[in-house]
Design a protein around this ligand. Structure first.
Ligand code: 9MR
Length: 684
């Protein structure tokens, strides 16, 4: 079975082959697929414990009672605590900054338990514990493999790997333990830095401790202008027990950022996840409920936490996700029923922002959430922010996480997401962007297919172009990770290798990187992320798309027919008459001096319309400031909107919707008439 263990390691670490695109970068071919180097093997075939010992007084000994491969294994008996188990010194084997894969096989002697694989490290006598593989169900019925990645990020004078259990102290055996790594490739220094190319706002990456050392650190400081500690500032990391604050995880990251001139986004002061259970345990030792006493205690804990954590870093962290993921669009009031909410109602959000502002008068305070491109969620978030700001709650900005995939959401939905918050006058930041190569949970590739990587590159290209176009609204864009060797998506929503970032598992630039930095290197796409409908009611079939005829070959290379031409704005000149059309005009929000509107144009004829130009009169002196899903020209009262590249064809019965922001003075009359390509339309 040793060969199998090795196979698992190889599969995990295989480098993602790059698409055969026109990128001017060296690419790894299949022949270059890296072979892991094994630096440690414990197979227990020589009759000894091979250096393994217990962590306390438990007994660790060679055994032939069971074996995963060959005849021997290592048995642990006499445990009196769950943290006790077999442990091996790896100081001098594991080097700082190298990403290792650690694999071990485990089997309970009887019954079952959850088993974990961890590392204990000490510096100057101070111990820290890193989990390599979390709780994994193991029984006496068979061997279970624990495989995880580990990068040592600090200087240590003590380093041991060990296996422990989650709940009981039963005997178990381990076998065929390996520690291996894939030799690093030097990071590319002859390619542009993302931070230099995209200079409208800082581009950041979420990081863990391992990403500030070695090649990861070099890649990070070269390309990014901002960092977000991915886990190190969360409640479980900073205040694991009441009023005991620890910054052991976060301090090195913040120090690295300061030393390298990187901005820091603080993430996050209040969340329903990664918050220790003591926070929600009342003075009586029972789970808190909606009593006045519990509410007072919870808000006092919240205040104490924010004063300490935000205060610890002061102005070094100038942007905080004060609250994270508080919206549930399925609730009529839009508020997530977390324990925070059920005990304290909206006051937990009010308190969090108030205290954060008191501690950090100059910091930008954000409310952060995922799926903010989904209209129902977006609108609930909008309503909450509008309400709280009207109350005087100091919310400075809205964070859009942007955990998206290669075919969702559309560019139009994303633009509408940004537009939605413009009237509130808040800053907006993209806080956790990644682009999964999987549009659903059903697929799994051992390595990302080239055409998927290209599709992903188009999404990055289009999304970054959008963000840059809205640079007056968007003040930062952060990716949720540095490179594909460390992404939360490897285990979410199912365990499979994902590749959602700009750099591959060996830290080399992917087509996605070129999509951001120099889209000419990835050719012209069939408008991967923009070819679908602009609203649920405005469906345009992909076959009716008017995008340029770039095609993706099975090998992933891009060809663009010489005749394909597209104007800089991507619009198609209207050339076809319209047999029948109807228009629906709506004001979707207004405030003193301004309003947001929407115009839906539908083809009521029997022939497709290829390219459209919609016109109306604004007789009240309204002036369009910004328009999306189309290009606008306003001359006096006459407004003319032409289609974009992705909504130019209106099939019979099809429609497209444009949205806009406009100023108004005096009155805001609804336009009385509309034309499409010169034909008068019915007005709904
Ligand atoms: O990246 C984080 C991952 O390592 C954690 O296991 C996970 C679980 O809480 O949280 C991840 O980060 C989340 C972020 O804090 C909030 N938005 C969703 C992110 C991905 O789950």
């Amino acid at each position: 079975m040793r060969a199998l263990a090795r196979l698992a390691v190889t599969t995990l670490l295989v480098a993602a082959p790059l698409a055969a695109v026109t990128v001017a970068t060296s690419t790894a071919s299949a022949a270059d697929d890296p072979v892991p180097i094994t630096v440690l093997t414990s197979d227990f075939e020589d009759g000894s414990a091979q250096g393994w010992t217990g962590r306390a007084a438990e007994t660790v000994a060679h055994s032939t009672a069971v074996a995963h491969g060959g005849a021997g294994s290592l048995a642990v008996t006499g445990r009196t605590a769950t943290w006790q188990g077999p442990s091996l010194d790896v100081l001098g084997v594991v080097e700082k900054g190298t990403a290792y894969t650690i694999s071990a096989w485990v089997r309970m002697t009887s019954g079952s338990d959850n088993v974990r694989l961890s590392v204990e490290r000490r510096s100057g006598g101070v111990a820290a514990y890193d989990q390599v593989v979390g709780n994994t169900a193991v029984t006496a019925g068979g061997w279970v493999n624990l495989t995880g990645r580990y990068t040592l990020a600090t200087d240590v004078d003590f380093l041991r790997i060990y296996v422990e259990t989650g709940s009981a102290t039963g005997d178990f055996a381990i076998d065929d333990v390996t520690v291996s790594y894939v030799p690093a490739l030097p990071i590319q220094t002859g390619i542009p830095a993302v931070r230099d190319v995209v200079d409208e706002f800082p581009v950041g990456a979420a990081i863990t401790g391992a990403e500030i050392v070695g090649d990861h650190g070099r890649l990070l400081s070269r390309h990014f202008a901002s960092v977000t500690p991915g886990n190190a500032l969360k409640w479980d990391a900073t205040e694991p027990s009441e009023n005991t604050f620890t910054y052991a995880q976060a301090d090195p990251l913040i120090a690295y950022a300061t030393a390298n001139g990187l901005a820091v986004r603080g993430h996050t002061l209040v969340w329903h996840n990664q918050t220790p259970s003591w926070v929600f345990t009342g003075a009586d030792g029972q789970p808190m409920t909606a009593t006045a006493e519990d509410k007072e205690l919870l808000l006092a804990r919240l205040e104490n936490h924010i004063r300490n954590v935000a205060g610890h870093y002061g102005d070094t962290i100038a942007v905080w996700d004060v609250v994270n993921e508080v919206i549930d669009e399925n609730q009529s009031d839009g508020l997530r029923r977390s324990t925070w909410y059920t005990v304290a109602g909206l006051d937990y959000i009010r308190t969090a922002f108030r205290v954060a502002r008191e501690v950090l008068p100059d910091a930008k305070l954000f409310i952060n959430d995922y799926n903010t491109n989904v209209p129902a969620k977006r609108d609930k978030l909008y309503a909450l922010v509008a309400q709280l700001r009207a109350e005087g709650v100091p919310i400075d900005g809205v964070g859009h996480q942007m955990h998206i995939n290669v075919s969702w959401p559309t560019l139009a939905e994303t633009e509408a997401m940004i537009q939605k918050f413009v009237p509130l006058g808040v800053e907006q930041q993209v806080t956790e962007m990644d682009v999964s190569i999987y549009p659903n949970s059903g697929e799994s590739f051992p390595a990302p297919p080239a055409d998927r990587l290209l599709q992903q590159a188009y999404v990055y290209r289009d999304m970054f172009a959008l963000f840059r176009r809205y640079a007056s609204e968007i003040t930062s864009v952060t990716l949720w990770g540095l490179a594909d060797d460390n992404t939360w998506l490897d285990t979410f929503p199912v365990t499979r290798k994902d590749a959602p970032l700009l750099f591959d598992t060996r830290l080399q630039a992917k087509p996605a990187y070129w999509g951001v930095v120099d889209p000419s290197k990835i050719g012209v796409s069939p408008s991967a992320s923009a070819s679908v409908s602009v609203s649920p009611s405005a469906s345009i079939s992909p076959s009716a798309s008017v995008s340029p005829s770039g095609s993706v070959s099975p090998s992933g290379s891009v060809s663009v027919s010489p005749s394909a031409s597209v104007s800089p704005s991507g619009s198609v000149s209207p050339s076809v008459g319209v047999a029948g059309c109807s228009v629906t005009y709506r004001v979707t929000g207004s405030w003193p001096g301004g309003f947001q509107g929407e115009v839906k144009v539908a083809n009521t004829g029997t022939a497709a319309v290829s390219g459209w130009s919609l016109a109306w009169q604004f007789t009240g002196g309204q002036r369009i400031a910004q328009l999306w899903n189309g290009s606008v020209i306003q001359s006096g009262a006459t407004v003319t909107v032409t289609n974009t590249s992705w909504n130019g064809t209106l099939a019979p019965g099809g429609s497209a919707t444009v949205g806009f922001l406009s100023s108004w003075t005096g009155s805001n009359p609804v336009p009385a008439a509309f034309t499409v390509n010169g034909t008068a339309c019915a007005v709904n």
